[in-house]
Ligand binder design. Sequence first.
Ligand SMILES: Cc1cc2nc3c(=O)[nH]c(=O)nc-3n(C[C@H](O)[C@H](O)[C@H](O)COP(=O)(O)O)c2cc1C
Length: 178
Amino acid sequence: MTSFSDLVAKRFSCRAYKPDPVPRAMVDQILEAARLAPSACNRQPWRFAVATEPGLRRRLVEEGFLPGLGMKWAGEAPVLLVMGMAKSFITHTLAPALSGVDYPLLDLGIAGEHAVLQATELGLGTCWIGWINPKAVRKIVRWPPSVVPQAILAVGWPDQLPRPAIRMSQAEMTKFLD
Ligand SMILES: Cc1cc2nc3c(=O)[nH]c(=O)nc-3n(C[C@H](O)[C@H](O)[C@H](O)COP(=O)(O)O)c2cc1C
């Protein structure tokens, strides 16, 4: 079994996929990892729409993405997991009015990365896609106005080698307090 640190090092944004399908049991395992994520006040604001049908995936890429990034590769991913945010009064309105913290967006980030790391453990490639038109995506996945798409996770069998992560140093990102 891959250790957690290996898993974190192995994950990269995969932008080339083989056409082979992802078994439903694996999709369920990925969703289960997201389901178990923590969230502010345990509101669990995440919603997932799973697109595997080729026509639907094509529509998400052609109509649901914003232009300019050339993300046609995402249409090759056999699974597009659309992540939506369901609003709740406490964490969307009440708590942020006092703290200014965007709790639901934090929650979705955590749940999404749980999903990504579970997929990585299964040998799958993933890529977060945030360059989307939420209204267009919502129409395609038939969510009510109360659920707002925030990101799409492309999931599939990688057709490219992992790249090492380019990151700032720990010293640049961290301040140890004395
Ligand atoms: C919230 C979020 C949104 C992102 N949106 C996009 C996107 O729209 N298109 C894309 O190609 N990559 C997208 N990425 C991937 C980042 O570009 C990538 O994570 C970053 O460059 C670091 O590279 P790595 O993931 O390979 O380590 C996104 C990543 C995150 C976390």
